[in-house]
Design a binder for this molecule. Structure first.
Ligand code: KMH
Ligand code: ZN
Length: 266
């Protein structure tokens, strides 16, 4: 189970429960891990609460997460940043030496903007992650991104077993449907691991499908701020707790961080 704690698109106008400072983000991680998350997907904010890719701020947040969480989760930084961020700045979080980092496999319309991930940048990031021994989480927003990722894996640019995150329901990306998820899963190398991040109201229906199909799950405020219709989640931990309950209904026990490390290495 992955908790996406903050993202780059939300503000306190969307939800007052959004963690912004390093202490708040570390506390959100602690609560999410206590609720059953094994992986935290981290973006960070500057002193005015705006998204930043600053390596020093990432280092500070990662240090606090490692200090505060027991057990210490697998820490994944974002190289997606916010729509419109420069490629140079988006590579900065790798300098905070996380366990994992997102690797967005292709460009996509993202709401009214364009989330740009041209192939040379994807290749640059995957090479840098390889050198720094950072495990990529390949983020997929559309079918063509899978084809790109498979080419990278076949070339040896991304090590096997690769881990995929299907981000479904972004306005401009692949729709969050069972048919689409089955198609995406059918296209990845057989030894790969995969998870689904359903956006907005698709978070729990897609989590349920992933659980049924043997996949993993991402929830958190970055993707969805509502625990149920009209009820704001008081933090990502409430969404994790709900997803854990759902998992148990399907006989799936959430992995501990150490178990997650083993799953990624198998
Ligand atoms: N903020 C989105 C444009 C990632 O973390 O790698 C991209 C994003 C993906 O959040
Ligand atoms: Zn993200």
């Amino acid at each position: 189970m992955t908790a996406a704690l903050v993202g780059a698109e939300l503000t306190r106008d969307h939800t007052p429960y959004l963690p912004l400072t390093p202490d708040e983000i570390a506390e959100a991680a602690r609560a999410a891990v206590e609720a059953g998350a094994a992986v935290v997907h981290a973006h960070v904010r500057d002193d005015s609460g705006r998204p930043t890719n600053d390596a020093r701020r990432f280092r500070e947040v990662l240090e606090k997460i490692r200090e505060r969480c027991r057990p210490v989760p697998v820490i994944q930084v974002s190289t997606g940043g916010a729509v419109g961020d420069s490629f140079e700045s988006r590579a900065q979080p790798l300098e905070a030496y996380p366990d994992m980092a997102s690797l967005n496999a292709g460009s996509v319309n993202f709401g009214v903007g364009v989330f740009e991930n041209p192939l040379p940048f994807v290749e640059f990031l995957s090479a840098r992650m390889g050198r720094l021994k950072i495990k990529p989480e390949i983020e997929i927003y559309d079918l063509s991104h899978v084809e790109t990722a498979v080419r990278l894996i076949e070339k040896g640019d991304v090590e096997r077993p690769a881990h995929f995150q299907f981000v479904m329901g972004v306005k401009g990306g692949v729709a969050a449907t069972e048919e689409n998820l089955k198609l995406l899963v059918s296209r990845i190398p057989q030894e790969s691991t995969w998870a689904v991040a359903g956006i907005g109201r698709f978070e729990f229906p897609m989590a349920e499908l992933a659980l049924k199909m043997g996949g993993h799950v991402r929830v958190g405020l970055e993707d969805n701020i509502y625990l149920e219709k009209g009820v704001l989640a008081k933090g990502s931990h409430e969404l994790v707790k709900s997803a854990v309950e759902l998992a148990r209904r399907y006989g799936r026990d959430p992995a501990s961080p150490d178990e997650a490390r083993e799953i990624f290495e198998k």
